[in-house]
Each structure stands twice: as structure tokens, then as C-alpha cells.
Design a protein around this ligand. Structure first.
Ligand SMILES: Cc1ncc(COP(=O)(O)O)c(C=O)c1O
Length: 448
């Protein structure tokens, strides 16, 4: 059998309809360099989504492979359980602690395999924190409509996109609260007259549920999979106040926003968010190997250290926590981000991307909103003067744009009624021009 048929016969693809996949067959990726990937059929595509918002340094960075090979030739892996450690894991924890914004107090890190398990770990830590302080009843986790926090059981329950819950209700310990999604405000308000009523609504939920039952709220600095939705400037400071008033921990899900995506090292910076716990993944290795991280403040760490019953170990542990080779990949990736100034490039070229999207498509009749920060942008489509889907059926128009773009050599992601455009942080202005030309032609073709 050829590779295509072997794929059809045996490989399961996430977020892919089996029926149509068997008809279309796989797109087999054989290489990549910079912002482009190469397919087995000879086509080259611009990776306008950086893989899954994770390939921040772009493709073909052999130095990451070299660093991993070197580490593997020494020690590839040993469990991080029971006081064991490897140098790359220790040094990565220190490196992250130094990288955290001044005053964040985030100074202890546990490395996971990805974003879902970083969030799951933080839920456990939040409940543990309250339990050892004598409040074991604080077990509920709040998360916001339109948020994505992963797909494992608890992270998946915090994910608040209905498509992920078709056959599985969220766990009842997870409670949904409104999102700071001005374009589709579920409270029917307009910013700034609303005075950020979506944050007040969170406080109302806390009071209704009983603060003594709530452990934490989890929030992405900019909601990604929900449609690239940045909050108002005052939102996170307000959320911090609410958390403090009710003794609730704030978990910041920086899985996409961490490591330069917003033009800042971390999404907590531009939005003045001050979390108690933070989740990283994706850009920490730019996807070269799987890695995530759960980070906690000194207050949370010291509480667990000092208040846990004597002799009780920290009952969190995944086989691949603190994986040596994956931590080595993270170091090499961070070296590239630092050496090439890619976070600054994300701010600079990202602003250019947003400006060009607005210049070229801002007056298109089906554009509802163009938004973003850094190399993290989206166009939200709607029928003129409404918030109704731009296409004949929900999600049809963004899907048509994405498939036209793919035919022309550009990958963008159709997300609900949005098109997400987020190329690697190394993208140049000339490459943005190329992306814009293809996108505008694709939108023209897809438009009625
Ligand atoms: C904000 C956010 N959190 C968590 C996750 C889950 O990460 P993973 O797919 O590595 O489990 C994702 C993945 O897209 C994400 O975007």
C-alpha cells in the first residue's frame, strides 16, 4: 500500500471527519523552512497558523534537533519523581522564573507534556492549595464561555465551546461564566458603556455558587480557539480584584499567548494580569518536542510546602514530567527567540499584519471585526449590519475562505465565524504582503 492508503487504513487524525478524510486522503508533510511547509506532492504552503499557534520560531530549526540529540546522548529521560532531576529541567525552571514579568512572583515550575495536562495539573494544585489551608470544599473551577483549555477530562470541562461537548457534558465541578467577547456580548452590552459587566457577572456567579465552594477561575489572556478575542485593558485587573475579594485563585492559560505570540513574552504583560498559577505549552518548544508547564507563585508554593500534612507527598505526577530531552528542546527554542529578537518581531510585524488586514479587508461588507495583538489575529465575518453568519450556513464562509487560501498555498484556520491568521514570529513584512495577497484573493473568490 502507498503511504496515503496506509494513512486511510490505520492513522486517526484529530479534529477530522473520517468520512471526508478517506475521500481526500492525507496531506503528508515532508519538510519545512521558516514560515513554509513542504508536502509530499511537491506543494509548498505558507503556515499562516504556525502549526497550531505553536511553531513560534518557524520550521526547519535544526539547532533544536542538535540540542535534543546532545541531551539524548547523555540522558534522554529519567522520572522527575522522588527528588530526581536533570540539568535541563532545573535550568529551564530557573530560566522561566527569571523570564516572568517583574513582580509576578511566579517562581516554581513543573513541566508537563502539553497544555491540557498543564491545566489539569493547575486545577489539582488549586484544590490542594485550598485543602491544605483548611478549605477542602473549594473544588469548583470557573471558566469563561468561548474558552479553550484542552480536551482531557477536567481541561475539556473548562473548555466552553459547545462543539467539544456534543457527547460529553462538562464535569459538574466546572462552572461557566460570561466571556469578555465584546463583538458577541452575551449580556447585550456595548463597551465601554458596559463598564466591563462581564467581570461583574463572574462575581455574581461566585456569590451564587458560594465562594467557599470555588477553587479557581481559569482564563486565557486572549481567547484563542474561541476566535482570537483580546479583553478590554481593565478586565484582568478587575478579575484579580474579584479573585482577591473571594479568596479564589486565578489560573492564567498562556498556552498560546506564552513565548511571544502577542508581541510580549507573555500575555499577562499587555493585559496586566497577575495570576497565582500559569499554564504554558506550545511556544515553549515551538512544537519541536511536546512540553508544557504549570507555574506557581511563591505564595502557592510555600503554602503547599508549609501547610501540607507531614509525610504527604505532592500527589501530582505524570511519567513525562520534567522530561530532559523536551526541556533541552525548550532551551534551544528560547535561545532562538532571544537571539533573533522574535518577540520584538512579533510586536512589530504583527502590528503590520493587523494594519494590512484592516487596510485591505476593513471595508469588505462581510467583515464584522478585525482584531488581534502581535502575531495573533483574526477576522470575524458577519452579514452586513448583523452578527449573523456571513455564509449560507454557520461556519460556511470562513471554511470557504480557508479552502480557497489552501488552494493558493496559504494555511489559515476557520474558527466558527472567524478566520485566524497567526504566522510564525519570524515572519517578515514581505511575507505578510504575500499572505495578505493570497488572503484577499481568497476572500474575493469566496464572497457572493
Ligand atoms: C489556550 C489553550 N489551552 C490549552 C490547550 C491544550 O493544549 P494541548 O493541546 O497541548 O493539550 C490549548 C490547545 O490548543 C490552548 O489553545
Amino acid at each position: 500500500m502507498n503511504l496515503e492508503d496506509l494513512d486511510r487504513a490505520h492513522l486517526i487524525h484529530p479534529i477530522t471527519e473520517f468520512r471526508s478524510h478517506e475521500k481526500k486522503g492525507p496531506k503528508i508533510v515532508v519538510g519545512g523552512s521558516g514560515i513554509r511547509i513542504r508536502l509530499a506532492d511537491g506543494r509548498t504552503l505558507i503556515d499562516g497558523l504556525s502549526g497550531l499557534w505553536n511553531m513560534n520560531v518557524g520550521h526547519g530549526r535544526t539547532e533544536i534537533g542538535d540540542a535534543v540529540a546532545k541531551q539524548m546522548s547523555q540522558v534522554a529521560y529519567y522520572p522527575g519523581f522522588w527528588d530526581y532531576a536533570t540539568e535541563p529541567a532545573i535550568r529551564l525552571a530557573e530560566r522561566l522564573a527569571k523570564r516572568m514579568p517583574a513582580g509576578s512572583e511566579l517562581d516554581h515550575f513543573l513541566f508537563t507534556s502539553g497544555g491540557s495536562d498543564a491545566n489539569e495539573t493547575n486545577f489539582r494544585i488549586a484544590r490542594l492549595f485550598h485543602a491544605v489551608r483548611g478549605e477542602p470544599g473549594r473544588r469548583k473551577i470557573l471558566s469563561r464561555a468561548h474558552s479553550y483549555h484542552g480536551i482531557t477530562r477536567a481541561a475539556g470541562s473548562a473548555t466552553r465551546l459547545p462543539a467539544y461537548h456534543i457527547f460529553e457534558e462538562p464535569d459538574p465541578l466546572h462552572i461557566q461564566v460570561p466571556a469578555p467577547y465584546c463583538f458577541r456580548c452575551e449580556l447585550g452590552k456595548e463597551f465601554p458603556g458596559c463598564e466591563i459587566a462581564c467581570a461583574d457577572a463572574i462575581e455574581e456567579t461566585i456569590e451564587r455558587e458560594g465562594a467557599e465552594t470555588v477553587a479557581a477561575i481559569i482564563a486565557e489572556p486572549v481567547m484563542g480557539t474561541g476566535g482570537v478575542i483580546p479583553p478590554a485593558d481593565d478586565y484582568f485587573p478587575r478579575l484579580r480584584e474579584i479573585c482577591d475579594r473571594h479568596g479564589i485563585l486565578l489560573i492564567l492559560d498562556e498556552v498560546i499567548t506564552g513565548f511571544g505570540r502577542t508581541g510580549n513574552w507573555f500575555g499577562m504583560e499587555p493585559f496586566s494580569a497577575k495570576p497565582d498559577l500559569v499554564s504554558f505549552a506550545k511556544g515553549i518548544t515551538s512544537g519541536y518536542l511536546p512540553l508544557g508547564a504549570a507555574g506557581i507563585t511563591s505564595r502557592v508554593y510555600e503554602t503547599l510546602r508549609d501547610e501540607s500534612p507531614k509525610g504527604l507527598p505532592f500527589m501530582v505526577g505524570l511519567t513525562y514530567n520534567n522530561h530532559a530531552a523536551c526541556c533541552a528542546a525548550a532551551h534551544a527554542n528560547l535561545d532562538i527567540l532571544e537571539r533573533e529578537g522574535l518577540v520584538e518581531n512579533s510586536a512589530d510585524v504583527g502590528a503590520y499584519l493587523l494594519g494590512r488586514l484592516r487596510d485591505t479587508l476593513g471595508t469588505h461588507p462581510l467583515v464584522g471585526e478585525i482584531r488581534g495583538i502581535g502575531m495573533f489575529t483574526a477576522i470575524e465575518w458577519a452579514r452586513p449590519g448583523t452578527k449573523e453568519p456571513a455564509g449560507e450556513t454557520p461556519m460556511a464562509f470562513p471554511a470557504a475562505v480557508a479552502s480557497r487560501a489552501m488552494e493558493k498555498g496559504l494555511i489559515v484556520r476557520a474558527l466558527w465565524e472567524c478566520t485566524a491568521i497567526s504566522p510564525p514570529l519570524c515572519t517578515t513584512r514581505e511575507e505578510i504582503d504575500e499572505i495578505i495577497d493570497i488572503l484577499v484573493a481568497s476572500v474575493d473568490e469566496a464572497s457572493p
